[in-house]
Write a protein that binds this ligand. Structure first.
Ligand code: TYD
Length: 138
């Protein structure tokens, strides 16, 4: 079934708190609806810079503001969704076939991404036109 921005939801994550601080644990298929194959994070993002600007054919991701805050614009080619992430105990699930743009990174922001597959450039749709045509064919 073809995906929609409505399938991209904020997932509350667990948080174990004690006086020495907090810990949040994410296990594939337990706290998120996919197996984890890869983790990466964006950091030292200069003020005013944007990231993303692409979609994935098969990849599921959970995006977490592990530090600071940033905004995410999602589109499925018809509907748009704007999300602000600013808490390490919430993550945004991004399903395949959704165009994303990340911007408004705060100073010191850390964008943690958990991904369902290893890196493959073939999985990227980097041109918006190519993205729309991929969706039409799906
Ligand atoms: P890209 O996904 O385009 O970054 P963003 O969406 O944050 O703007 O990746 C940036 C570069 O890093 C690009 O040359 C591909 C490379 N890269 C890898 O080699 N492996 C990875 O797992 C990722 C996410 C990116």
């Amino acid at each position: 079934m073809i995906s929609s921005v409505h399938d991209c939801v904020i997932l509350p994550l667990n948080k174990i708190h004690n006086r020495a601080g907090n810990i949040t644990i994410i296990e594939g298929q337990r706290n998120i609806p996919f197996d984890l194959k890869r983790v990466y994070y964006l950091y030292d993002i200069p003020s005013g810079e944007a990231r993303g600007g692409h979609a994935h054919k098969d990849l599921y991701q959970l995006i977490v503001a592990a530090g600071g805050s940033f905004d995410i614009l999602l589109t499925d080619g018809e509907n748009k969704k704007h999300i602000s992430l600013n808490r390490p105990d919430y993550g945004l699930l991004v399903v395949p076939g959704i165009w994303r743009e990340l911007s408004e990174f705060s100073s010191g922001a850390i964008c943690l991404v958990l991904a369902s597959h290893k890196y493959s450039e073939d999985d990227y749709l980097r041109e918006y036109k190519e993205f729309l045509s991929f969706r039409r064919k799906s």
